[in-house]
Design a protein around this ligand. Structure first.
Ligand code: MIC
Ligand code: SF4
Length: 641
């Protein structure tokens, strides 16, 4: 049997385990990336490990999330990360240089290599044939130290593309179409490979839009072949030597094959508050729009921005609409400026934001109350925009422009003829905003700059053989990490201050949670299916750990979150019979005995002392995971304490 693209890369990087679906494998990691909102914690963890230099081929730290400096906190964190990079051998991408995924694709990603990043949209690198995965900060810290990255061997899905996109239909619509087909749970446990004749019609930035949003499917990652288009892109970025060809074997086997004919797609839109809530733009035509945001790691490439500029050229946006544009990188912004496209964008009435995540993570530009906001982003979870009752829709750049010009949801095909946009033969190369680390010989003299907002890492406690605790919070299906640990301009500056952050935990669901959990000392959370989807933020595990949560029991979990829970010493368990979810209530007193032998047998009995019922819980921990839980956390396990 032949290999898929992902299987080939896995095979080349396999440290331990066998490639049987569902079993644990350990991978050698070639590159890492961090962003600042998860990076501070990742570097604190790296420092705790006591290593001098990173052991990867390339590790890059980006500052792109916490760029709104409304107090000293973010600026202090940036200086901290910069000093850690200088000392420990990491490249530092300065604030303003761009969004991690966009810059990494442009300047550092390489086909055939493995990349993990402390950000869930790291699979963007799959657009050039990398095996790129999102991970918790601690996993990234361990990989920087040369340690393996452990995942469950995924299933392989193939999306077979035929045809060619019509004008005003774009890669974003392909992402929305696959979300419509598979839902936000449909990719869990799988790698999605994009293949077929249609692939040839897609540029690297278009492929990267698609792999970026594979995250919303819950997939381990998504990947495209590395072909002549990839070579052209790398050549235009001045690094043709990084190219290697990569494709699946003709007899590779897939667990599922989905066909999409690009020629048949129409402009699509994801309605509030889930990326898989997809309908056609046509079906919502006439809906009044208050705000339009163009940018984010999904749609901020030069090609996207040139398209936007060409459609806006000579026109003025509607008085009732506020339009923001955030180019993905300094390269994109300066090329837009050089060719005059930036002038067309500004002349239309758009507000230019810096090359950063910005409104995507609620860092400014929140919509008006109950405002309808059309965004070219990848997530529209409730409250994420910073406006609790904001109505966020996800769209392509074409649909975004059409709404900005007309003030309502409009099929962009009504805008006339699509101007032809060509990929430049060479991009403008200027890496001056990426600061290389100090040479190893002088690294010892580099001082780490720690601000007062950095608080010690919360103390983990080993899992005991018996746990008796109250069910402190019961939540429903598809709980996102934005529910568990919200972000936004007011909260993000405290990512390195877990005690302060803890006041906001589960604020979207139940404001009394932090206080109640703290008062209980130890507690248990119950959730529905796909618990912990969305961001890779390990804070969604570290903060509950700090508040005394010892176990989370659900119908099912999202991949990165389950790893983060184990890393933080919290037991992730699932109901053997999903209907038991309905028989258990918030406030119940729960007991689990013989946890250690249950971890071995794969089943633990949960006694509900309040109702008198017993429930069977399932766990499938590897030996390593059991040891981590018994040690209390991955950090304690790694340190051998
Ligand atoms: C996101 O899009 O939710 C983020 C902010 O980029 C997160 C990381 C974080 O919470 O810092 C992600 O996707 O992992
Ligand atoms: Fe940044 Fe948004 Fe991309 Fe997350 S999804 S990395 S916040 S642009």
């Amino acid at each position: 049997m032949g290999y898929t693209i992902a299987q080939k890369i896995i095979k080349n990087h396999l440290i331990s385990g066998d490639m049987t679906v569902g079993s644990e494998i350990a991978l050698k990691i070639d590159q890492t990336l961090t962003q600042d909102a998860t990076g501070t914690m990742a570097y604190l963890e790296f420092e705790t490990m006591g290593l001098k230099r990173v052991k990867t081929e390339k590790s890059v730290a980006y500052i792109d999330h916490n760029t709104l400096q409304s107090g000293f906190e973010n600026a202090d964190d940036h200086r901290y990360i910069q000093s850690v990079c200088e000392k420990h051998g990491i490249y530092f991408s300065r604030p303003g240089n761009g969004i991690c995924h966009q810059v990494h694709l442009e300047r550092f990603g390489k086909p055939g290599k493995t990349l993990i990043g402390s950000d869930s949209h790291t699979p963007t690198g799959g657009g050039i044939g990398m095996l790129a995965m999102g991970a918790g900060g601690l996993d990234v810290a361990v990989a920087m130290g040369g340690g393996a990255y452990y995942i469950t061997m995924p299933k392989m899905y193939k999306v077979n593309l035929t045809g060619k996109l019509n004008p005003f239909v774009s890669a974003k619509d392909v992402s929305l179409e696959i979300l419509r087909i598979l839902s936000v749970k449909g990719g869990v446990g799988a790698i999605i490979e994009w293949g077929g004749e249609g692939v040839k019609t897609l540029s690297v930035p278009e492929r990267a839009t698609i792999t970026n949003m594979g995250t919303e499917l819950g997939a381990t990652t998504s990947i495209f072949p590395s072909d002549e288009t990839t070579r052209e892109f790398l050549k235009a970025q001045g690094r043709e030597e990084d190219y290697i060809p990569l494709e699946s074997d003709p007899d590779a086997e897939y667990d599922k094959v989905i066909d999409i004919n690009l020629s048949e797609l129409a402009p699509l839109i994801a309605c509030p508050h889930s990326p898989d809530n997809v309908v056609t733009v046509e079906s919502l035509k006439g809906t009044k729009v208050d705000q339009v945001c163009i940018g984010s790691c999904t749609n901020s490439s030069l090609m996207d921005m040139l398209k936007v500029a060409a459609l806006l050229k000579g026109k003025t946006i509607k008085n009732s609409v506020s339009l923001s544009i955030s180019p993905g990188s300094k390269q994109v912004l300066s090329m837009l400026a050089d060719c005059g496209a930036l002038t067309d964008i500004i002349a239309s009435g758009a507000r230019l934001l810096e090359c950063a995540c910005g409104p995507c993570i609620g860092m400014g530009f929140s919509p008006n109350s109950a405002g309808v906001s059309l965004r070219t982003f990848n997530r529209n979870f409730e409250g994420r925009s910073g406006t609790a009752d904001g109505q966020v829709y996800l769209v392509s750049p074409e649909v975004a422009v059409a709404a900005a010009l007309t003030g309502e949801i409009t099929d962009p095909r009504l805008l006339g003829t699509m101007p032809e946009i060509k990929m430049p033969e060479s991009f403008k190369i200027d890496d001056s905003a990426v600061i290389p680390p100090a040479p190893e010989s002088i690294a010892d003299s580099v001082e780490i700059l720690r601000g007062p907002n950095i608080k010690p890492f919360p103390e983990a406690k080993p899992q005991q053989d018996t746990l008796s605790a109250e069910l402190v919070l019961k939540v429903g299906d598809n709980i996102t990490t934005d529910h568990i640990m919200p972000a936004g301009a007011k909260i993000l500056p405290y990512r390195s201050n877990i005690p302060h952050l803890s006041q906001f935990c589960f604020g979207v669901c139940d404001k009394t949670f932090p206080e109640r959990a703290k008062a209980l000392g130890e507690s248990i959370i119950v959730g529905g299916s796909n618990y912990g989807q969305g961001s890779s933020r390990e804070h969604a595990a570290l903060v509950p750990m700090y508040l005394g949560v010892r176990a989370v029991i659900t119908k099912s979990f999202a991949r990165i979150h389950i790893a983060n829970l184990i890393n933080a010493g919290i037991m992730p368990l699932t109901f053997k019979n999903p209907d038991d979810y309905d028989r258990i209530n918030q406030g119940d007193k729960l007991t689990m005995k013989n946890i250690y032998s249950g971890m071995d047998s794969g089943e633990i009995i949960l006694e509900d002392e309040t109702s008198g019922e017993n429930f069977t819980l399932v766990c499938s921990f590897t030996e390593r995971q059991k040891d981590i839980l018994k040690a209390g956390s991955l950090l304690l396990y790694t340190k051998g304490e």
